[in-house]
Design a protein around this ligand. Sequence first.
Ligand SMILES: *Cc1c(COP(=O)(O)O)cnc(C)c1O
Length: 388
Amino acid sequence: MTNKIDTILAQAGNRDNNDQNNSISTPLYFGSNFRHDSLEEVETSDPTKRYSYSRLATPTRSVLQKALAELEGGVDSFAVSSGMAAIQLVFSLFKSGDHIITSDDLYGGSFRYFDYLSSHYGIKFSKWDGKDVDELKHLVTKDTKAIWLETPSNPTMKIIDIAEVSNLLHSIDNSILVCVDNTFLTPIYQRPLTLGADIVVHSATKYLSGHNDLLGGVVVAKDKAVDDDLLFNFNTTGVTLDPFDSWLLLRSLKTLSVRMERHTKNARYLCACLKKFDSVQKVLYPGVGGMISFYVNDDKVAQLLDNLKVISFAESLGGIESLVTLPAKQTHSDMTKEARLKLGITDNLIRLSVGLEDPRDLVEDIRQALGDAPIKLEESEKQTSTIN
Ligand SMILES: *Cc1c(COP(=O)(O)O)cnc(C)c1O
């Protein structure tokens, strides 16, 4: 029987946590190493089933990894110490001379890392705008090993059709790995492996954990061969998530779908309201999820960030508490100004991670900070949200 996503989430770790007392909640094991009963056991056992040393496997992380694999529909998953560690684990599959295509509007840290891989390790990168598939076809070379996608993109919310890209690239060369950073939508709204992708990564620091209290990452592969290569690098380099954060992440996952539903509801309401403010020029929102980007009048940027009372001006996203960031000065500050402007990441672009507060308080917070007049939603506009 294959369970539906809400059941996978609610039941994560209940029946398969190996606890001798049948605890419903997965116990937290801190042990770094495990006693063997005999030499024979060491010689014959599978180290991922029979625990030995926690870099290789540890009970709390194993339960979490099983739940994450099921959520994304992969063979197994790797829980690692950060989203960047997840990206690094995937890139451990590639070597000097390999060619990777990436979408052009990425998380700032991914840009920085890819630049480094290019200058220090001779991995070749090409950027694709995420739209023109003919152009994508022409970017493929005999050295192309993977495409790296973020959809919706960060921070300008461009949407890429994962199924179309996967079909196209796999028809050219079935071994090209389609990799998707699924941090923004989570498996609640997008399951890339079911759309043809080969590898999914997450910054679990964001929605998967959702409480602004841990740093973590996830890699999930669809095929056993890719998974085995990742496992070798995971065990060898030790980018693992520790037991306590594994436990916290497992517990947080259980509420993922209810949180995402409310993030979406709040974000839709905020979008409808933001569009009405005099100081707001344009609002970007992919339709689901809790991430909104918007352009404000240049003279209102500092005023907004300095005067918010509920929403925090802080880097990161995906948590219960609403946060705003200024990508040009924070997450994307390492890009050149030209590259930023080309993507629309101007100095007046604000990124908002809509939290789980009452959205009316969030709208009022933004209004008072901007110094704009109160707005009123039409009946039809209210229908995008059930909040009146
Ligand atoms: C935050 C983020 C990352 C990096 O994750 P960390 O947990 O901060 O290392 C990667 N991709 C996206 C889309 C992110 O938002």
